[in-house]
Design a protein around this ligand. Structure first.
Ligand SMILES: Cc1ncc(COP(=O)(O)O)c(C=O)c1O
Length: 455
């Protein structure tokens, strides 16, 4: 066996061992493991070091210092795991080392992305001829879709924003909910539309936009809605907002980083009723589809608007093809074969598999809420999806319990402030979480809360 082959086998074996350890290990790394990362901080060598030793160091120091985010008991933020088929597909695609820029040089990839585009539209109940952009995550998916929106509403007003920029452009109104995710407002800033310039619509107790409070729409307008509030999991009434805004010529965008997946589940579709009437949708694949980081998708009904915002030409590029060029739809030119894992996940799961995955996570969230409620702790949100907000008493107590749970290591949850009150957030998004993981975690949470109360 050549040294190169030995090295790659060693890497695969180390990775497989790491994955095998996830269910049994502490979620948070030990203080000793965190202290050991200082070992990475070497001087840059003159001559380089051995490949095998480099890989060993990465595993021996890096693996124990990692938080077990890919494991079944990480409930912080909204973080999916990665299904084995998606990790293995990622390895193969990494070995291909394709630049997924043009279909002429990456025909397999371009086809896999296009098939994934079609499957996602079918799953979410969107028109089959929507365009899709395979990007790093919902942040850039929001940015990409909103670039298409900016193009269309200004083009309709006679302005070419790609050519002439925003200086001197017709006034463009952006409407967002009070609970829009900060990456949505960041995307608006990146697009020159201002993080703080948008008109904000009030929300209800679950963080959902109040459709009746939508301002009158006049002139070029983009309305940004949300499917899945980062804290409560609540859904804006996207259908009602589309009914009010689209006849007035507005572009309606949906930030559905995780909530859009409810559209793929018959028992949950009522949450996203009317969502297919919107103009663009952003979602993550590295959350609920459980593919490795980083992976998100922007989808637009108006394919020409997305292409106008993203495509470039140059004499050296092969852009005059009848096939879909991935980079015609993405902010990047060169990029990794990001669509491969999305394709592998969807092919492996099928429609039933996606439904089961989403329903299972939501059932686990409900199990958490029931267990915490039965123990006398207050669940602050309506648990409609995979998010649970719980208070363990006053703000200081809740903070102490969160710290204790993180230190205990059985599971990991983060904190937030929801409508003025400190809360612990539980987000269930991992394919491998079982009811037993929920029960073990619940026991640990309740034991930590008891200890804090007694202290
Ligand atoms: C509603 C919403 N939008 C956007 C994002 C940003 O997603 P990402 O971090 O994958 O870019 C998140 C992340 O949780 C989210 O919940």
């Amino acid at each position: 066996m050549s040294n190169d082959e030995k090295l790659m086998r060693d890497g695969a074996e180390r990775a497989i061992r790491y994955r095998g350890s996830l269910a049994g290990r502490q979620v948070a790394p030990t203080p000793e493991a965190i202290a050991a990362v200082a070992g990475f901080d070497e001087a840059l060598s003159e001559e380089g070091r051995s490949d095998a030793e480099t890989l060993a160091m990465l595993d021996e120091i890096g693996s124990p210092a990692s938080v077990a985010m890919a494991g079944p008991r990480f409930f912080g933020f909204v973080i999916g795991g990665s299904m084995p088929v998606t990790v293995a597909a990622n390895w193969l695609a990494t070995a291909w080392d394709q630049n997924s820029v043009m279909s002429a040089i990456t025909p397999a990839l371009a086809t896999l992305e296009n098939v994934s585009r079609r499957w996602l539209c079918e799953l979410f109940g969107l028109p089959q001829d929507c365009a899709a952009s395979f990007v790093t995550g919902a942040t850039i998916a929001n940015f990409t879709a909103l670039a298409a929106a900016r193009h269309r509403v200004l083009a309709d007003a006679g302005w070419d924003v790609e050519k002439d920029g925003l200086i001197g452009a017709p006034e463009l109104t952006v409407i967002i909910g009070e609970e829009a995710h900060p990456t949505l407002t960041k995307s608006l800033g990146l697009l020159g539309l201002g993080r703080d310039r948008a008109v904000r619509v009030p929300v209800d107790a679950q963080g959902r936009m109040i459709a009746d409070a939508l301002p009158a729409i006049d002139g070029p307008t983009i309305v940004c809605t949300q499917a899945g509030n980062i804290n409560t999991g609540g859904f804006d009434p996207v259908g009602d907002i589309c009914s009010a805004a689209r006849p007035a010529g507005a572009w309606v965008h949906v930030d559905g980083a995780f909530g859009l997946w409810a559209a793929a589940v018959p028992s949950m579709r009522h949450h996203v009723e009317g969502i297919g009437a919107a103009d663009s949708w952003a979602t993550d694949a590295h959350k609920w589809l459980n593919v490795p980081y980083d992976s998100g998708v922007a989808i637009t009904r108006d394919s020409s608007a997305l292409k106008a915002a993203m495509a470039i030409t140059a004499d050296y590029l092969i852009t005059d093809t009848e096939h879909r060029n991935p980079s015609d739809y993405t902010p990047e030119l060169s990029r990794r074969a990001r669509g491969v894992e999305v394709w592998a996940a969807l092919r492996s799961l099928g429609k039933r598999g996606v439904e089961d995955l989403v329903e299972r996570c939501c059932a686990h969230a409900q199990r958490f809420a029931d267990g915490l409620g039965a123990a006398g702790y207050e669940v602050l949100n309506d648990v409609v999806l995979n998010q649970v907000l719980v208070s363990f008493g006053n703000d200081a107590t809740t903070l102490r319990v969160i710290e204790a749970i993180q230190r205990d290591g059985t599971c990991w949850c983060g904190g937030t402030v929801w409508q003025g009150r400190r809360a612990m957030r539980i987000s269930v998004c991992n394919w491998s979480t079982t009811a037993a993981d929920v029960d073990i975690s619940l026991s640990a949470m309740l034991a930590c809360a008891e200890r804090v109360k007694r202290a």
